[in-house]
Design a protein around this ligand. Structure first.
Ligand code: OFO
Length: 173
């Protein structure tokens, strides 16, 4: 059984994961419109993945006797200065999600909700993987030269191949 506090906090996280999905959708669309199909494919895959994160929480809340609430649709940033700016903002958002998950885990611990604590460990591991993945992408962009056209071409190819190699949702993590 969820305490009211935990139920409210889990629903807030549902909203954050839904927003993350929209964020990736917007980033993917920006890449699509800039002739970067590999990056777009990679990011569309992540939009699906974040929706899966949202739904996993959603079902958990109801399965644990709470009431999962369909979240608000908040509009994410629609434009980015360049590809580096896009991946930096995606990375920063992932770091914010990690903080939110850690706070949620702390709350479950304080409320002695071991079931939710246990459930959230999946998200702790997931955030570790996602931060690692996006840090690597940023390092590659830096290495190839963020403004270099040939560098962009290679990044696009690389991310396109990552998304086809990544399985169901199109990316690792
Ligand atoms: Fe990476 O945001 Fe979901 O958990």
């Amino acid at each position: 059984m969820l305490t009211k506090k935990v139920e409210t906090a889990l629903n807030k996280q549902v909203e954050m994961e839904g927003y993350a999905s929209n964020y990736y959708l917007s980033a993917a669309s920006w890449c699509d419109s800039k002739g970067l199909p590999g990056c777009a494919q990679f990011l569309y895959g992540h939009a699906d993945e974040e929706r899966m994160h949202m739904m996993k929480l959603f079902h958990y809340i109801n399965d644990a006797g709470g009431h999962a609430l369909a979240p608000n649709v908040k509009q994410p940033p629609l434009k980015f200065k360049n590809l580096k700016d896009l991946f930096q903002s995606v990375f920063d958002h992932e770091v914010a999600v990690t903080t939110a998950i850690n706070n949620l885990v702390d709350l479950c611990m304080n409320e002695k909700d071991h079931s939710s604590y246990n459930f959230l460990q999946w998200y702790v591991a997931e955030q570790h993987e996602e931060e690692k993945l996006f840090r690597t992408v940023l390092e590659k962009i830096e290495l190839l030269g963020p403004e270099d056209k040939r560098g962009l071409y290679w990044i696009d190819r690389e991310l396109g191949s990552l998304s086809t190699a990544g399985g169901e949702s199109g990316a690792q993590g």
